[in-house]
Design a protein around this ligand. Sequence first.
Ligand SMILES: [Zn+2]
Length: 118
Amino acid sequence: MTRPSNLLCSAYIGLFLWLLYCAVQSARHGAWWATVVFVVGTCLAMVAFLREDQLDDLLRREAVRAEREARPVLTPDETADGVVAVALAGECCDRWWTSAGADHDPTCRRQTPESSAA
Ligand SMILES: [Zn+2]
């Protein structure tokens, strides 16, 4: 949740509790018309809280979708170049490369075990 959304949700919870307290007090003193009004207000505060939560989820989903659509679509050649670049970036030494990560050159500084090979 974003900070403004958190503040709103906290305010709605506070309003919900206050209206609930007012409804109980009205009922205890026999003011039934006021009790009904406070109960309706309590329900509206709860609906507002739920709507704010849904709105926050919707905004987050929309931001993710917009970010995804803003990314450039790669051609298959560009994708393959990217895969090769990542593989080359993880290369340790020549022997490591030719042995598929099973062995290292004697002069290799990394000497990483096979399981942690990039
Ligand atoms: Zn190596």
